[in-house]
Design a binder for this molecule. Structure first.
Ligand code: CLF
Ligand code: SF4
Length: 523
């Protein structure tokens, strides 16, 4: 079944504040000399072992959210053991998954810790590259501490090779830091949308704290104090912290630069700025009052602006609270309680390890292929600031290995004379099986990757190929089943050669909308 997709019309996107203002803040921000954190200035989510402390690398190397590179190879799963929440966010409707960690959609089944542990073993047996268990809702894991920690305890005993992860709004975080450390939860995400209560009052109508309900500025002040205190306590204990922030144009978009500075100075490892998703059908305050989300260019500009200060995550898929699989795919329907009861569950740690070793060999191959292309790139003559965005149809392994018509998302790479890097993804309707007819699906795909110069696919039919070309997007099949980054660099070098030979003219592409509708993969 397909949910109807809503897009912000490009023509309707008005800048909510002059770009100069944002850039000014960024310039001030970059000169602030903050301390703490990794102290690195690259897009750390794609870093490798040479870029970080070996102990940190051990923690992130097969965590699909903490390492962009790992997310092509390793999967995560969430178990929905935490239904209650202690705050209200204007982008959340409790009928839906936790919007700070999930794309909107109801959780199919809430689980007891025992059911959750059984599900983890079933998934680990079927998906050997599943390396991380996260508790991310549908409410707040730390508003349900007994269920959350019982789940972690059961899983740690039965499957000690699985990393434990949780995501929280942070209100009760300081009270649970000792338990988080005791249960070896090595990765904690805190959703921080503001560090200024004046801003926070427009995002949080109320919180429930120490048996009392608070509203307005006071609620936001308590929340931000507790979040910052919890972050400091975690980083003192060397627990890796990721910060999720929802970018809400006109409310906290410019302010997120200050949030970035605040969390960086307290030692956060990674900052994940996500677009607000607010369609009216979600029934949220923002959905109903017409608050729009950012466009692709607005989101990227803010992420780029913050990147100089700390590691930025750009591959978040705003997962469901019961998501299973690689980021960007959802296999949760294969693991319902009913199906798990009928499954032979044999947790085989040896086979899992062997599979993961094979994955590591493939990662090394990918690095070698990239290094070859990078060497060629270094020999490239002056390229006059040419920069391309390339959309890629992939189903994992870091390769161009998906048919255009089967893609439910495209990964987007930026490539220039410095190399290729992952900068985002775009969810789309399946072209081949679109519930609204193929033509409508095709136009939504083209709109979603409107800012890209090319789309790499394993295969594509004649009709979409022609329409893409008409839209100025080059459909490219020649890198089928090859590694993405090295292919992107090879394409870039050919492109530059054609520009220099006068065969083509380099044009700047426009903006693209970010999908607002609930996403449900076709079944
Ligand atoms: Fe889950 Fe979150 Fe852990 Fe990842 S998700 S609790 S850190 S295992 Fe990942 Fe999903 Fe984005 Fe979350 S892509 S929503 S960042
Ligand atoms: Fe919803 Fe999560 Fe916010 Fe709670 S913290 S209101 S579950 S988005």
């Amino acid at each position: 079944m397909h949910a109807k997709t809503g897009y912000v019309d490009i023509g309707d996107i008005k800048p909510v504040a002059p770009l100069q203002q944002l850039l000014k803040k960024v310039a001030e921000h970059k000169g602030c000399g903050t301390s703490g954190g990794s102290g690195k200035s690259s897009c750390g989510s794609s870093d490798g072992p040479q870029d970080m402390d070996p102990q940190v690398w051990e923690k992130v190397k097969n965590h699909p959210c903490y390492s962009e590179e790992a997310h092509h190879h390793y999967a995560r799963m969430h178990v929905a053991v935490a239904p209650a929440c202690n705050i209200q966010c204007n982008y959340c409707n409790r009928k839906y998954d936790c919007a700070n960690e999930s794309r909107p959609g109801v959780v199919s089944e809430k689980l007891t810790p025992e059911q959750a542990a059984k599900k983890v073993l079933a998934v680990a047996s079927a998906i050997p590259q599943m390396t991380v268990l996260g508790v991310a809702g549908p409410g707040d894991p730390l508003a349900n501490p007994a269920k959350t920690f019982k789940t972690f305890e059961l899983v740690a005993n039965a499957a000690p090779d699985i990393k434990l992860c949780l995501s929280t709004n942070g209100l009760t975080l300081p009270d649970h830091v000792d338990a988080i450390a005791r249960y070896n939860v090595d990765h904690v995400t805190i959703t921080v949308n503001m560090v200024d209560p004046e801003v926070g009052q427009h995002i949080y109508p109320w919180i429930y704290y120490k048996n009392k309900r608070y509203t307005g500025i006071e609620a936001a002040r308590i929340l931000t104090e507790r979040q910052m205190q919890g972050l400091e306590m975690l980083t003192e204990r060397k627990i890796l912290c990721k910060i999720n922030s929802v970018m809400i144009p006109g409310i906290n978009d410019q302010h997120l630069v200050e949030v970035n500075r605040a969390v960086k100075s307290r030692g956060a490892f990674l900052h994940n700025i996500m677009p607000l998703i607010s369609a009216p059908e979600h029934g949220t305050v923002f959905g109903l009052n017409g608050q729009r989300g950012p466009s692709a260019q607005e989101l990227k500009a803010l992420q780029d602006a913050c990147e100089g200060e700390m590691n930025m995550m750009r591959h978040c898929r705003q997962c469901r609270a019961d998501a299973v699989g690689l980021l960007g795919e959802d296999r949760s329907a294969e693991f319902t309680n009913e199906k798990i009861d009928a499954m032979p569950v044999t947790y085989d740690a040896v086979s899992r390890k062997a599979y993961q070793q094979a994955v590591e060999l493939e990662r090394q191959e990918k690095v070698a292929a990239l290094e070859l292309e990078q060497q060629q790139l270094r020999h490239l003559a002056q390229v006059d600031g040419i920069e391309l965005l390339i959309a890629v149809a992939t189903k994992g392994h870091g390769k161009v290995n998906e048919h255009f018509g089967h893609a439910t998302e495209f990964q987007v790479y930026e490539v220039n004379a410095q190399g290729a890097k992952f900068v985002g993804h775009r969810r789309v309707d399946l072209y081949c099986q679109g519930g609204y007819g193929e033509e409508e699906s095709l136009s939504t795909v083209i709109r979603a990757i409107n800012d890209c110069h090319a789309v790499f696919v394993a295969k594509i039919g004649g009709c979409p190929r022609d329409d893409l070309k008409k839209a100025g997007i080059d459909p490219v099949e020649k890198y089928a089943h090859q590694f993405i980054e090295s292919s992107a660099i090879a394409y870039f070098m050919e492109y530059v050669a054609k520009v220099q030979a006068g065969e083509i003219v380099h044009v700047l592409r426009g903006d693209a909308p970010i999908r607002q509708g609930a996403y449900i993969a076709a079944t």
